[in-house]
Design a protein. Sequence first.
Length: 322
Amino acid sequence: MTDVLAVANLRKRFGKVRALRSISFSVREGEVFGFIGPNGAGKSTTIRIILGMLRADKGRVTIFGKDAWKDAVEVHQHVAYVPGDVFLWPNLTGGEIIDILLKLNGERHTSTTDDLIREFNLDPTKKSRTYSKGNRQKVALIAAFSSDADLYIFDEPTSGLDPLMISIFEQHVSALKRAGKSVLLSSHILSEVERICDRIGIIRSGEIIEEGTLDEMRQFSRSVVRVKTAQPLAEIGTLPFVHQFESRNDNDAMFSVDSESIANLISVLQPLGITSFESTPPTLEDLFIRYYNEDTSSEGNVSSVPGLHAAAAVESEKHGIA
């Protein structure tokens, strides 16, 4: 598959703080890539470098084979962006802002825009200063999904949305994937990432500590097993690939096991007469907690950029829009 976005060895400092140490990953054509990590890990800094809003100290970002910094204007014509905290023109209505954001990148209001306004249950006639955070996010999302971009970058896009709106967002992301579009999704909602992302990158202290599909990551984590046997289970707790062994009684136990050792476990259990066996693979949340026991870095306090289409966001910066 073709790499639409390629990030290679990015490094960035803010004074004495090393926000990015050496970030490398790629987003392929027709793929949804999940970029996860808590506040201060370096997610938003990485995204702003991708969008040409910050310049990396070292490393390179290419989008569609173009340099994200040197060729930013050309690249932005094919990129849509939604930040996690959207700032809008307070005296304009939501509908007026959606139209402006679309026009800034050569797009226009269509029937698709009207459908999105209805789906996201937004009142486009109200002034944006009356909007809640969730409604401000809706304005940005409607403009993004109305545009015909090739790469969509979402940085905590569902912040402030209720579960129904999150579900609608996920449906539209899945539709983008079916249409062959590429998506970079940064999110704190791990269940959301687990449902819609093809591959995942976990960032900690300015470094990618794990990258791959969820199934690939699970191979190196542990599954929770509940088993009942005809013969006593006590010896199972001594196996090197069995952890946190808890015996309910001689023939009933719960424990975790290295996922790659499930087959070995079953072969050991079979002579004991298995009467019940349940295995639960690790969730993304389990993997995240395993990889992320502590967070000691800071990505710096770089203010959010208003707007949503990448080109529109850059244009807003030029004119001091907030």
